[in-house]
Design a protein around this ligand. Structure first.
Ligand code: SF4
Length: 379
């Protein structure tokens, strides 16, 4: 089974600007951190977690810094970092590790150094240090006889259909607390007064699933579920055992149903659930036929364009202006040749994702390149 957009002859090589094919494979397990994603679009989760599909779009620099943040806090929590010097070194090393991965991706290289391309880089760095110093103090002083801390606690359901790793389990006299650390925005989009204090539903479900898996493994329900934001603030998530068990059952059933579809030889599109919400942050968009068929020109969808290249012109400042036809005329400006050299070859059909839409005029819809703009072509 192969994910191929539009029946075009996409190369199966790993060459830059060429979309590789994906062979669908069943999901070995479902994790609390990926359950919401699986509900939103099974194709994305299967492709990324089971098939090892190559991401086709860059990660946001802030997500990269968030990964380094999480890793440094984890090392501090585990006692691997034991001093202020080691903390500073760990940050430098983890950021360098992220930049090393970016260096290996032609579409992310230009976003190095992260310090220069990440909004609020210094704020995140200081927040990471503050959280990590909290761990250094806790470990130096001891957590106290009345509190036991366990980090990176593995939990699973029988048969490993569902598995997870809890950031922190606190055992207090009043019971167990399950703690999940987040470096991104913890609250759902502000749609009114109440939403500013509501933890994102996907994060709520994630910790509820941890609670169910913890109970399955240890026979104890936690007394409290907590999501901790980058600034160290703690946010409670309400739950009931029945609700958590029901979520775990839903996760098991969904995995089983998706795997049955794959075993029956379904087309990849049968697993796709394209929508502006699902596709907005999906790194597979360039190669997803379901996405290109479902989307329209409304601003709810990502500012991506696919079409026949009918005009390509290098401007006086060295950048390219490309015109792509797909029923509409799309004019894209500011394309830098270093990032889109394929446009200078014999490129009949191009895909340009993560543009900025500037509006529309008599020539068509107008777009501009952004730091995250990435291009592919068909041969
Ligand atoms: S682009 Fe949309 S439909 Fe396609 S795999 Fe990603 S989330 Fe699913």
């Amino acid at each position: 089974m192969v994910l191929q957009p539009d029946g075009a002859k996409w190369s199966m090589t790993g060459a830059a600007h060429v979309i590789p094919a994906i062979v669908l494979k069943p999901l070995a397990s479902v994790s609390p951190s990926r359950f919401t994603g699986l509900r939103v679009c099974p194709l994305r989760e299967v492709a990324v977690t089971a098939c090892g599909a190559r991401e086709l779009l860059p990660r946001y620099p802030k997500a990269r810094v968030g990964s380094a943040f999480h890793r440094v806090c984890e090392l501090a929590a585990k006692g691997v970092i034991a001093s202020e010097d080691a903390l500073q070194r760990a940050w430098v090393e983890e950021i360098a590790a992220q930049e090393g991965e970016m260096q290996a991706r032609w579409y992310e290289r230009h976003l190095i150094p992260l310090e220069a391309t990440t909004r609020d880089y210094q704020v995140l760095r200081l927040q990471c240090f503050a959280q990590s110093r909290g761990w250094l103090r806790t470990r130096g002083e001891g957590s106290g006889a009345s509190v036991t801390l366990q980090v990176e606690v593995q939990v699973s359901a029988p048969g490993n259909e569902a598995v997870g790793r809890i950031d922190l389990v606190r055992t207090l006299p009043g019971g167990i607390e399950i703690v999940d650390y987040k470096t991104g925005i913890v609250h759902q989009a502000d749609e009114g007064e109440a939403s500013t204090s509501t933890v994102k539903p996907e994060y709520q479900d994630q910790v509820r699933l941890y609670a169910a898996l913890y109970f399955t493994k240890y026979g104890v329900w936690p007394a409290r579920l907590v999501v901790v934001a980058a600034d160290g603030s703690e946010h409670n998530v309400s739950f009931s055992p029945a609700e958590a068990e029901d979520l775990l059952e839903q996760a098991r059933k969904l995995r089983s149903s998706v795997n049955s579809q794959i075993a029956s030889g379904c087309a990849p599109e049968a697993l796709a659930r394209p929508s502006p919400h699902a596709c907005r942050f999906c790194p597979l968009r360039p190669g997803c036929r379901a996405y290109w068929e479902a989307r329209d020109n409304s601003p709810d969808w990502p500012a991506d364009v696919r079409g026949r290249v009918v005009e390509l012109r290098q401007l006086g400042n060295g950048t390219y202006r490309a015109v792509l036809e797909n029923g509409d005329t799309n004019v894209v400006r500011g394309l830098t040749p270093e990032r889109h050299h394929f446009l200078s070859k014999d490129c009949s059909t191009a895909i340009l994702c993560n543009l900025r839409q500037e509006g529309m005029d008599s020539q068509g819809r107008r777009f501009l390149q952004t730091d995250l703009t990435t291009g592919y072509y068909a041969v």
